[in-house]
Design a protein around this ligand. Structure first.
Ligand SMILES: Nc1ncnc2c1ncn2[C@@H]1O[C@H](COP(=O)(O)OP(=O)(O)O)[C@@H](O)[C@H]1O
Ligand code: SF4
Ligand SMILES: [Mg+2]
Length: 451
């Protein structure tokens, strides 16, 4: 199988939508773009699935392939048990009324020449739903639901609204046919931070009110945390990790997820930003993706096996899955990544959640008490330093004694032997320096460990 496995998929009878081994390739003059390479995902009725990853990792392509816009190169998309790739165009168009898409750029996704009430009513007209009066009533209802005054907004055109208001219009249009599943492709990325929270809250309200299922695409883990029931992390056309937001944020199992979490800015001027463990370099080209694990060229924990063998997704805890040979949590040998000294704040909207460096380090305690091992090695290193310092003192004292002096005699009589005198000169001050330096470093190490 080209994909990274299906261990994270739930019972097909228990889900609204399921994609299996989905692959999307684009044939370009530069070569074949492997935009999505065998991913599997599912979403239950009423659930919100957050799909997260860097720009260019294939999130939008996945969303569009679910809608069959365009149809995937291979793989299956099962919606309400129907394989969308296997049905004819007429049936597909009918199914699409229950599947809606909200775009990233709200302004360009609305026809600038049409009035808002016509934009929102258009799907109802195309599908000949109800009488004109019933359609108008439905438009009024959804505009009201998304927080726009139908009497004022209905006769205006998109350019008369702000970005946030245009996104409200897009949401109204997507809801007008009473869809079952709405795919939101970075719906707040183009909006001001102050407006993002309002739109996220609105989507939550709409989800509860109309009992819809959401796939929420974002490049920022912080954005999806509060609204998702399950989060899937994507990297270069593959799924890396799937889990509940709480598990994924507190104990990320994939080095990529951990790096994404670290890259979230901390809105606290007292916290000094740390560059350790951050994601370095650019996303490799999807035309020529790395063999084995696709993250290996940027992974701080990559080993030989990562180039030879593609990791298959597997469980590391209940409802927590990862595609990594050396996950940060779980039963196999854990890897150690540098943890930030300060708190890693995960700003979410409307409230915020802070994951501390200690909390992220909890994963290491769960996997063989690595922190205990580190403490042990620090202690033995300190003892070795103290031992080396004492040894230096003894050796230098022996040299001084051979010349009839001692380490505590600042001036000594020169012996007849030139070499012995040289040895005494060389060992006196350097001897003291080595003694004090080594013993001091060892003692400091022990004190530091205890504190
Ligand atoms: N129509 C297309 N033709 C060629 N390449 C495409 C096309 N659409 C997307 N891609 C490429 O596929 C990869 C994934 O794109 P996309 O799904 O838009 O990523 P994301 O939404 O995660 O930013 C990117 O490298 C992008 O350039
Ligand atoms: S440890 Fe290996 S398998 Fe895991 S993410 Fe890094 S490169 Fe991939
Ligand atoms: Mg995109």
């Amino acid at each position: 199988m080209a994909g990274t496995g299906t261990a994270h998929l739930r019972d097909p009878d228990d889900v609204l939508m399921r994609i299996e081994d989905l692959t999307v390739e684009f044939h370009t003059s530069a070569g074949i773009v492997h935009a999505v390479s065998g991913i599997s995902l599912d979403v239950r009725q009423g659930e919100t699935l957050g799909l997260v990853g860097e720009s260019g990792c294939g999130k939008s392509t996945t969303g569009r392939a679910i809608m069959q816009l365009p149809a995937p190169t291979s793989g299956r998309v099962l919606f309400e048990g129907i394989d969308l790739a296997a049905i004819d165009g007429k049936h597909l168009r009918e199914v699409r009324t229950r599947l809606q898409f909200i775009f990233q750029d709200p302004i360009s996704s609305l026809n600038p020449r049409r009035k808002v009430k016509d934009i929102v009513a258009e799907p109802l007209r195309i599908w000949k739903r109800g009488t004109e009066q019933e359609r108008q009533a439905r438009v009024t209802e959804v505009l009201d639901a998304v927080g726009l005054d139908p009497a004022v907004a209905g006769d205006k055109r998109p350019h008369e609204f702000s970005g946030g208001q245009c996104q409200r219009i897009s949401i109204a249009r997507s809801l007008v046919l009473e869809p079952k599943l709405v795919i939101c492709d970075e719906p707040v990325s183009a909006l001001d931070v102050s407006v993002q929270a309002q739109i996220l809250n609105l989507l939550e309200d709409m989800k509860a009110r109309y009992k819809i299922t959401l796939i929420f695409i974002a490049h920022d883990l912080a954005v999806v945390k509060n609204i998702s029931d399950r989060v899937a992390v994507m990297y270069l056309g593959k799924i890396c990790e799937v889990g509940s937001p709480d598990d994924l944020y507190a104990t990320p199992a994939h080095p990529y997820t951990a790096a994404l979490l670290r890259s979230i800015p901390v809105p606290d001027p007292t916290v000094v930003p740390s560059s350790s463990g951050l994601l370095l370099g650019d996303l490799p080209s999807p035309i020529d993706p790395p063999n084995g694990c696709r993250f290996r060229t940027r992974c701080p924990a990559a080993q030989e096996r990562c180039a030879l063998e593609e990791p298959q997704i597997r469980a590391v805890a209940e409802d927590h899955f990862v595609a990594c040979h050396f996950p940060l949590v779980g039963t196999t040998a854990p890897i150690s990544l540098p943890m930030p000294a300060g708190p890693v704040s995960v700003p979410t909207s409307p409230s915020s959640r802070t994951v501390t460096g200690d909390e992220m380090g909890e994963q290491r305690r769960m996997t063989g008490d690595e922190s205990g091992n580190n403490a042990g090695s620090t202690a033995s290193g300190s003892v070795l330093l103290i031992g080396a310092g004492v040894t230096a003192f003894i050796v230098c004292s022996i040299v001084q004694a051979a010349g009839g002096s001692s380490m505590f005699t600042m001036s000594f009589e020169s012996p007849d032997n030139f070499l012995l005198e040289l040895a005494m000169q060389v060992t006196f001050w350097p001897g003291w320096l080595a003694t004090v330096g080594l013993i001091g470093a060892g003692v400091l190490g022990l004190v530091d460990r205890d504190s």
